[in-house]
Write a new protein. Structure first.
Length: 158
């Protein structure tokens, strides 16, 4: 093939049209390839986002559960701490252990003050009266023994 010069407009248009067509096809092919790669990248990003959303939701649920567990543990710890403080105060102030639930307070100072106040009822040291001052019964310390003795003998109270 020898070089043939273009002499007419039609020949020029035909030659240019073929080159333009090839260039369009080349550009179109490159753009389709680039578009396909970007579309694939977008799909990959969507999958990663979905996986990330699932992981985030699972992590949020785990955090929520851990926070609930922490709150429960803190509450239990506070309850045990107050119980130990009440027991210590009861022992210190010689309050019967059955009365520990009667000691109130939300900190060591309040518990100590309440235990001290309650202990006054247990350390008053007085002997209860032998008779009921309202009915007059029990003035004689041996009255109950005498009554039982009379019943044994068969005597009446009269």
């Amino acid at each position: 093939m020898a070089f043939e010069p273009i002499t007419t407009q039609e020949e020029f248009d035909k030659a240019i049209a073929e080159r333009i067509s090839r260039a369009k096809e080349t550009v179109k092919s490159e753009l389709e390839k680039e578009y396909s790669e970007k579309l694939k990248g977008l799909e990959d990003l969507k999958k990663q986002k979905e996986a990330s959303d699932v992981a985030t939701k699972a992590a949020e649920e785990k955090v929520k559960n851990l926070e609930a567990d922490l709150t429960k543990a803190q509450t239990e710890s506070k309850t045990h701490e107050l119980s130990a403080l009440k027991t210590k105060a009861a022992i210190k102030h010689k309050i019967p252990l059955e009365m520990i639930d009667r000691i109130n307070g939300s900190n060591a100072d309040e518990i100590e003050k309440d235990a001290e106040a309650i202990s006054k009822y247990f350390s008053a040291g007085g002997v209860p009266p032998l008779h009921d001052p309202e009915s007059g019964a029990g003035k004689d310390a041996d009255a109950d023994y005498k009554k039982v003795l009379k019943q044994i003998k068969g005597e009446s109270d009269g």
